[in-house]
Design a binder for this molecule. Sequence first.
Ligand code: PFF
Length: 510
Amino acid sequence: MENNRSSWGSNLGFLLAAIGSAVGLGNIWGFPYKMGKCGGFVFLIVYLLLAIFVGMIIMVSELAVGRKTKLSPIDAYQKVSKKFSWIGWLATIAPYLIMTFYTVLGGYCLQYIALNMTKLSFGNEAVNMTGGDIFGAMLTTPLGCVVFTILFIIICMVIVQGGVSGGIEKFNKVGMPALFVMLLIIIVRSLTLPHAAEGLKFMFVPGYAVKAGFIEAQPNLVSVLGTAGGQMFFSLSLAMGAILTYGSYLSKEENLVKNSVIIVFSDTLIALMAGIAVIPAAVANGIAQGTPVGQIKLGGPNLLFVTLQDVFTNMGKLGPLFGVIFYVLVLIAAISSAISLMETIAAHWIDKDLAKGENDTRKSRVFTVSLLILIGAVLVAADGLGSNFSPASLLGISTVPTFLDCFLDFFDCWSEGIAMPLGAMLMALMIGWEVGPDLVLDEVAHGDPSEGFKKFFRFCVKFVVPIVMAFVLAGQMIDFFGGNQMIWYAVSVIALVVFWIIAGTGKKAE
Ligand code: PFF
């Protein structure tokens, strides 16, 4: 079976694909405003510490488990663990749930490219509406959203059908450098707008977001930890099977630690660059339009699809051109991430077929997975982020917790909110206490890790990651379900203790 299994054409190809998976809407959209909301610099420091002590550890572990087993998540976890073999299911269902809304957001990008192209061709007045009106009109036109979601799914499907090196690697080899150049263009334009410095202050000056009125009060450290942890995992594509799957196509010669450092560094760099491209432009435009600084919308879907569209509209003749460049950039980022999720789901069946000696099933398997994704995505596209209907309205519930306010939040809650932190916690406990860190370190040894790294890895995987993940899990549940915070902390700590006991006691896996 291994002989016919896909593999990367080169380590650079793998790196660009993994960076492509990591760099996505999370970087361009989530990172900048979460950084501002959590006090700028404080968030950045917490984020970097988490990336080094937690993200790196899970990244190396996923790559090692993938490469060692040469299997997709469900079979890979079944092979290495007796007690936690079901983590593989979390790491396959979560990518499916993410895809149900990621593809819709990809469809929005396509619509915004079309919009800016129209303005470029026929003049800004061709669509003489504010960003808010445009976004509202788009959300309440379900047919358009569904059609563009389908288009986005087809693009991803064709790339993934092309194969690991023939499709995914090829796309990223062109897409990632192109994205980088476009990002630089937008940064230069953004920073040369009057008042752009205010936006930089929002991101980098501690306490400025509160002082300028963007947020009421500085969030406490635990909530910063929860937000930064959730963001870091999502942004690095961790605990969703994607990195494990990509690692399973990697050759034994490659150095997993070095590769992990490069992926984490690049993803963080692009997130910061995206922040510098997006936030100063949004703040500068708001000030120029006379909006009080604190009222400029920097959070949620508004940032990307309302505030920034206004920025491009108000830039004059060349605005739509920058609009096209920007939304193409976001589209590339969305595609490069979505194809990693699609591959993770499809790889399960492709591996099963290979085991039965059927070599040629990629195209049909990827097609079926695309159809399955479409079923969930239609709900997300049609509900218009809750403008048209929502899980709550269908259930007839009037006081709405976040996770029921639209299908996007509903699917996000179970994937990013629960499966991801729980999966990461369980993976660390499995490696740290059930199978032992040497499972990973022996695999990494092909790149010969130093004694220092081995000590660092053992300590982090056994203690730091599980404990941090309990906080991240609690933070996510507070965000999605609301209610008494102490209850969610208690639930997370109980889960941690129970799984820790299960991992550390009884028969060890061979
Ligand atoms: N890392 C992507 C982003 O920042 O948007 C999202 C993502 C891709 C999450 C792949 C998880 C994953 F497996």
